[in-house]
Write a protein that binds this ligand. Sequence first.
Ligand SMILES: Nc1nc2c(ncn2[C@@H]2O[C@H](COP(=O)(O)OP(=O)(O)OP(=O)(O)O)[C@@H](O)[C@H]2O)c(=O)[nH]1
Length: 392
Amino acid sequence: MNLDIQTILVVLLANVWATALALPLLMGWQVSSAARLFQGSMVLQGMSWAVFLIAPKLHDRALTSVALGLLALSFAMLWSALQHWLGPRPGQRLMWALVAAIPAVYFLTYPSYPVRVGTSNALYALQMLTICVALAWPAAHIGRRWRGLVLASFAALMVVTLWRGVLGAFFTDAYPFYRATHPVNVAAVFFNHVALSLCTLGLLAAWREEAERELRRQAQTDGLTGLLNRQAFLERAHTLLAHAVRYDEPLTLLMLDIDYFKRINDRHGHAAGDAALQTVSQGLRACTRGGDLVCRYGGEEFCVLMSRASAADALRFDERLRGWLVKFARDTGSELIDYSAGIAVRQPDDHTMDALLLRADAALYQAKAAGRGRLAGNTDGEQKELSFDLAM
Ligand SMILES: Nc1nc2c(ncn2[C@@H]2O[C@H](COP(=O)(O)OP(=O)(O)OP(=O)(O)O)[C@@H](O)[C@H]2O)c(=O)[nH]1
């Protein structure tokens, strides 16, 4: 194949820059950290190819070292984007050490062609391997397809890069220069073009998947407190109830409502009211066990559904939460937030959440009517003022 490598490199440069500029236009400026790292890595790659092309005409040793450093940094940014999308990946120190080592080693070994070509390509291949490992490392239910696409691109690039390094280090006569029309150079620019397109497609899919996850999260949570919203709570609560019925396990619902909340708003403003809601949700998070469902049911009302929990467990939870709020008020010097609560324990004929919610709501009303700042509930289907025996 008679290909003019210089021309293909210029086309690659145009392609990288077109992609780097198109990404923010397409994705917008308000994007997640991962998406921003992905966009940044493309810009760095464009800068690196531009410096590569002008290096021989100016100061080859220094400028090529800079170009190599920029490319290594662009790979490290891409790797960081993967961390954001997929969770912690192995090789963080290695990745950043390579960003420093690649240009430094190239600059220092510049006088020896076999050493500089061999080492720099070997170190790049190591960077690409780290990216491949990051993509292959388990990440539950996250984009198998786009990960496969990007992994295949980087694996191909890694093979070509290693091939180049081995030729440069051990078969120097057979490998003149990265701009020479040599099969390994043709393969390198070919794979760079293909990898650029496939990686861009793959990483756009990663970004879209992230946006979908975020939308799902927003649809399920309350914006102010970060707790589940009522709808998401009810959906999950039905599953917990069905499980409790199936295995005949205890299940207890606690509904709580902040006392005199309107007064907080009226006296200290809406922002203070919002802060009180956030404090209560913080306390709820701190005092519940893993597996319990906590939600902002509406306004200043919250629900906690405790699986495998009896009325006595709910009572202990209520004590923990009240203690937490007292400590919070003491530590921060703020006004104590008090609440009333009603509980309902699952009865054998409770097959939907409606019955439990009705009973917890009635008990909450009872607690308010009895003077607030207390817990009320029923354990046997009959409404009565709560006087739990902790030993039951
Ligand atoms: N700051 C703030 N206030 C809210 C929010 N949602 C509801 N509210 C206010 O909460 C107040 C609830 O008032 P009430 O239902 O009278 O309840 P309360 O003052 O706690 O009285 P009791 O429940 O009887 O003790 C209303 O003033 C609502 O405007 C919110 O997200 N933020």
